[in-house]
Design a protein around this ligand. Structure first.
Ligand code: ZN
Length: 276
C-alpha cells in the first residue's frame, strides 16, 4: 500500500495555510519547495483571474486537490437562497476551469436571527439537490465538509461525518465528503463513518487541535503540535480506500500566518513526513 505520509507527491497545500501569498506566489512557492499540489481559496483565484490562474497552475503541472469553498446555503429569504445557489454555480465553473478535483462545501449556519437548526439543515439538503446537476455536468464533485459542532450556528450545520455520509448516500454520484482532522477527530464514530464514506472521500485535510485553543476559527495547529492522532486517522482513510493527497489546511492568525511562507512550507513537508 502506498504510504501517504512519505510521498511528497501526495502533499497538498491549502492556500489559507500561507495566507499572505497570492495564487501566483502559492504556485511558485510550492514549486520551489517541490510540492506539486495546491488547494486555493476562491478569493486568490478571482484576484488572479480565473483564466490566468488556470494557465499558471497548468504551466507548473500542479494538481488542484480542491477549490475552497462553496456552500453557505441557508438564508432568511428565497432571494438570498437563490443568490447563494448562483454563487455556488460560479464556484463550480471556477473549479472546472482550474481543474480542481472537487469543490469543497461548507454548508452554512443559521440565517441571521434564526434558532431553527433543523430548518437550516433542510435548506442545505435542498440546496445540494439543486446544485448537483450543475456539479455533475461540470464533472466537479461536491465535497461536503462537516465542521466541528462549535461552528453550527455561524458556519456549518453539517457537523458530523454521519450527517455528511447520509447526504452523500441520498445524493449519489457527484457528491462526496471532505474529511478534515480538525473537525472529525473528537467524534466517537469517526472510524466507522470514515469506513462508511469509503470511495466518497474526495479530500483529506490535515492540521492539529491545540490545547488550549485560543480562537475557535483562527488558532489551528500545525500537524504534531496538538491532540490529534493523525497517524490513526490517516490509517482509517487509507483503509477506506483513499489514495489522494494530504492537504495541509491551517488557519493560524497569531502563529503560522505571521511567519515567512517559505518556512511554513518547510515545516509542512517535515511534519507530513514525520507525524501525518
Ligand atoms: Zn478543511
Amino acid at each position: 500500500m502506498r504510504d501517504l505520509s512519505h510521498d511528497r507527491a501526495l502533499l497538498s497545500i491549502n492556500s489559507i495555510t500561507v495566507k499572505a501569498w497570492s495564487l501566483q506566489q502559492l504556485v511558485e512557492g510550492c514549486a520551489r519547495a517541490g510540492i506539486a499540489a495546491i488547494s486555493p481559496w476562491r478569493d486568490i483565484v478571482q484576484d488572479c483571474g480565473v483564466e490566468r490562474a488556470a494557465k499558471l497552475i497548468r504551466g507548473h503541472g500542479m494538481t488542484v486537490t480542491g477549490l475552497c469553498r462553496g456552500g453557505m446555503f441557508p438564508a432568511a429569504d428565497a432571494a438570498s437562497r437563490r443568490a447563494a445557489l448562483d454563487d455556488n454555480r460560479r464556484a463550480i465553473d471556477e473549479a472546472a476551469a482550474i481543474g480542481a478535483q472537487c469543490l469543497v462545501l461548507v454548508a452554512g449556519g443559521l440565517p441571521k436571527g434564526s434558532r431553527d437548526i433543523a430548518g437550516a439543515r433542510t435548506q442545505v439538503r435542498e440546496a445540494l439537490h439543486a446544485l448537483l446537476p450543475d456539479a455533475r455536468a461540470a464533472r466537479v464533485p461536491l465535497a461536503i465538509e462537516p465542521l466541528h459542532p462549535m461552528f453550527a450556528a455561524d458556519r456549518a450545520c453539517v457537523n458530523t461525518l454521519a450527517q455528511a455520509n447520509e447526504l452523500c448516500e441520498e445524493l449519489g454520484e457527484g457528491a462526496g465528503v471532505a474529511v478534515d482532522t480538525y473537525h472529525v477527530w473528537w467524534d466517537p464514530n469517526v472510524e466507522k463513518e470514515i469506513a462508511r464514506a469509503g470511495k466518497n472521500i474526495l479530500a483529506y485535510h490535515v492540521n492539529d487541535w491545540l490545547v488550549p485553543t485560543s480562537d475557535l476559527l483562527l488558532d489551528r495547529g500545525m500537524m504534531g503540535d496538538g491532540a490529534i492522532d493523525l497517524r490513526a486517522i490517516r490509517a482509517m482513510v487509507e483503509r477506506a480506500g483513499y489514495r489522494g493527497h494530504c492537504e495541509v489546511e491551517i488557519l493560524s492568525a497569531k502563529n503560522w500566518w505571521t511567519r515567512d511562507p517559505d518556512e511554513v512550507l518547510r515545516v509542512c513537508i517535515e511534519r507530513h513526513q514525520t507525524v501525518v
